[in-house]
Write a protein that binds this ligand. Sequence first.
Ligand code: NAP
Length: 357
Amino acid sequence: MFVSDRIFLEACVELAAQGRMTCAPNPPVGCIIWRDGNVLGRGFHQRAGSGHAEVNALRNIEDGAHNATVFVSLEPCSFVGRTPACAQTLIDAGVARVVVAAVDPNPNVAGSGIRMLREAGIAVDVLELASAKELIQGFTRRISQQRPWVRIKTATSLDGSVALANGASQWITGSAARADVQYWRARSDAIVTGVGSVIADNPALTVRDPAYAHAQAPLRVILDSYGRTPSNAQVLQGQAATLLVHQQGYGDVGLAHSAHVKQVHLTDGPRDLHGVLAELAQQGCNEVLIEAGPTLVGSIVKAGLWDEWIAYVAPKILGTDSQSVADLIVTHLPDAHQARLVDTVQIGDDLRLTLRR
Ligand SMILES: NC(=O)c1ccc[n+]([C@@H]2O[C@H](COP(=O)([O-])OP(=O)(O)OC[C@H]3O[C@@H](n4cnc5c(N)ncnc54)[C@H](OP(=O)(O)O)[C@@H]3O)[C@@H](O)[C@H]2O)c1
């Protein structure tokens, strides 16, 4: 191990993040190839089905990577999928050493890429970095637990209300906070809401900030047991795909033939959140953003099915004739649903809190 290993690996993580909004269902990966004090190549994984980070880093090296050191944010793959196995590609390139920042979380492949390289006589060092694991947290959640990383986003008043009792909620937070939400939408594979929010707010649930024009449009998911989504709702319009999740035997809202709107019927309906998340994992979603009202947010909190919460808090008081952020009842303080505060930042006139379970 060398002191510089960590610096190169952190640079790989930064490189990988460039593919974050385009590479799902694959994880973001970054790679740097180095020899004799020179960086020979850099690459990241841009899109599923296209070159992996290692292949992209090798691509522009004119005299090959013989005897080079390869830094990579995730263990090179050992299987032939839509592209050849990266471990074999590195063996064929004659590299001398590979330094890895995270082992593949897939229990079926974990360590096999590293083994393959070692068996070919290549020195492999694993220097596990927290930043590398964080980068692939959605992929890890999906592969190991068959559900996506669940991130809730809410906009509340200082006293924790998302709307007045009459349903008015636009807008509690300011334009800067609302612009910030575009980033979280763009890095999500799906945006999930309840039919209550669709009826009350008629949101489009799209990424509109041109800064994220390169991002894959997230799937819009409406949890709607009985097909109450109005046929002229904005979530059914536009080019972004929409998935309506209904209860078995309900929900034929006459949209079955629309190319971008699909319906799925779960036996226990969308109230079965495990079933909903399993369906989204099946569809390749690594990270999902919940943008919903108190009913759905309350269900998710009660089920303990969230990982991260982006809470925008406005310096406004809405008082008691308003709707709490989560529809649930706690009668004893020790039973409160506890979160960990991991980040706080002021955005315009509002605060953005990042919480983890
Ligand atoms: N400030 C904010 O951050 C924010 C964000 C969104 C909405 N809002 C406000 O919230 C209010 C709407 O609240 P809401 O609670 O009705 O909206 P919601 O939570 O988005 O939708 C609730 C509906 O979703 C359906 N649903 C399907 N599966 C569910 C499940 N597993 N758990 C819970 N519900 C499920 C239920 O209808 P079925 O039984 O018919 O399926 C339920 O009535 C509006 O005033 C809106 O403006 C505020």
